[in-house]
Design a protein around this ligand. Structure first.
Ligand SMILES: CSCC[C@H](NC=O)C(=O)O
Ligand SMILES: [Zn+2]
Ligand SMILES: [Zn+2]
Length: 423
């Protein structure tokens, strides 16, 4: 029986008195309870998540620390001390927020964690990434119950605001003394589901560039053939960028060895300008979301952008709204002790791994930029990729296998022998 007394309004927070379904695995019950907490952007209820995590830390006898990196933005840290705490630690990172929903497109309430007859659990965050948070917790619960101890300390961090770019979350946290004090050796963070029998593991991410191109031109009456209008220039800019988009799309399609992480994607995501049907505007703008693989020379790419803008005419300029420049990737060679521990454990479990570059951006980028190796991995095979989508779900058996996978990974990673640098 699992009863919890809510402190806030249960309708708003998702915190409710709940009774354990006798036929359900307790780890699944805990997962569903976490899914019901409304940590949904743009106004996530983080208090309710922090309370939930504090309760679990107490239950498991883990150290629990809260770091408020920005007003109202708390990172919760749970620590399982190793037998050799001087050694560098294993960091298991996850974010607590989830993206908004279009409720009318969902077959079940996205904050009810409905489970169908096949064991599919429908909820926002089922894949991204409340599953992983609970899998970390349940793997540690299991290992502790078995009386296991490992040389390396294991930390779990539960971070706010990943879904809105991490600037009030992980980006600030990695600069704090509390993060330094974690003495991180190796990190696991989120990945993506894989519909096949294989598991995808991400060793790097694309750089996000968000640009707005502004085109200035001659204004005038809408009945005239005005020369050098903003629209003609914007048309050239859009054509150049979308032509490049098409060539990258074809390159991906024609080479079976390439994944989305290996090519540059461009999407025009916003258009703005104009005042009236019969006024030729003096200014029009287009916004582009560009994702660049770590193998691309960023300086050369920016030069190309400049060339396209110059070729579109006078008065065409662009401004960055995001310009991520760090292209650090994590080593996946057998000679690397962390990779050897990770991939060796996967091999022991007869798992097939597919190594890729993450097509979007996660908090791993701040960890890698801070100099720590990180792999993006969510143990969800035989599962369609539904993050940020309607009817996001995860099957309970896949979820439960993930706990076993983490228990095995953690056993291996937290036992990596002292590295030369650790003396
Ligand atoms: C520049 S921060 C954006 C982060 C966001 N992450 C998840 O979707 C993304 O669009 O990839
Ligand atoms: Zn995520
Ligand atoms: Zn996400």
């Amino acid at each position: 029986m699992d009863i919890m007394l809510p402190e806030g309004d249960p309708e708003r927070t998702g915190e409710k008195v709940r009774v354990q379904d006798p036929g359900e695995h307790p780890s699944v019950t805990l997962f569903r309870e976490y899914l019901r907490l409304k940590t949904v952007q743009p106004e996530p209820n983080y208090d309710v998540a922090v309370r939930f995590l504090e309760r679990i830390a107490a239950e498991l006898g883990l150290g629990c620390q809260k770091v408020e990196v920005f007003p109202g933005r708390v990172v919760t840290i749970m620590t399982w001390q190793g037998t050799d705490p001087q050694l560098r630690s294993i960091l298991l990172n996850s974010h607590t927020d989830v993206v908004p929903v279009f409720e009318e497109h969902w077959t079940h309430n996205p904050f009810e964690a409905f489970k169908d007859s096949q064991g599919n659990i429908y909820a926002r965050g089922a894949q991204d990434m409340k599953c992983v948070s609970i899998q970390y917790i349940e793997a540690i619960r299991r290992l502790k119950a078995e009386g296991k101890r490992f040389p390396r300390t294991v930390h779990m961090t539960f971070v706010p605001d990943e879904e809105v770019g991490g600037c009030k979350g992980m980006e600030l946290f990695v600069k704090r003394p509390e993060f330094q004090a974690l003495n991180v050796g190796f990190t696991l963070d989120e990945g993506l589901a894989n519909p096949t029998d294989a598991f995808t593991v991400f060793y790097g991410e694309k750089c996000v560039w968000w640009i707005k191109v502004k085109c200035e031109g001659n204004p005038g009456h809408g009945s005239q053939f005005i020369e050098n209008t903003a629209a003609e220039k914007l048309n050239r800019v859009i054509t150049s960028l979308l032509q490049f988009r098409e060539s990258e799309k074809q390159r991906l399609k024609c080479d079976e060895h390439l994944t989305l992480g290996d090519v540059t994607s461009i999407n025009m995501t916003m258009l703005s300008g104009g005042v009236s049907f019969n006024v030729v505007p003096s200014e029009l703008s287009a916004a582009f979301d560009i994702r660049i693989p770590p193998t691309v020379n960023l300086q050369a790419f920016e030069e190309q952008l400049t060339v396209w803008c110059r070729a579109a005419g006078e008065g065409v300029t662009y401004k960055f709204y995001q310009k991520y420049m760090d292209q650090t990737v994590t080593c996946t060679e057998e000679s690397d002790p962390w990779w050897k521990a990770f991939s060796g454990a996967c091999r022991d479990m007869h798992m097939t791994l597919k190594c890729e570059i993450f097509p979007a951006a996660t908090d791993s980028r701040f960890i890698r930029a801070a100099g720590h190796p990180a792999l993006g991995f969510s143990p969800m095979n035989h599962t369609p990729v539904l993050l940020h989508d309607h009817n996001e779900y995860l099957n309970e058996q896949v979820f439960l296998r993930g706990i076993e996978i983490y228990a095995c990974l953690l056993t291996s990673l937290a036992s990596v022998p002292p590295l030369p640098v650790e003396g």
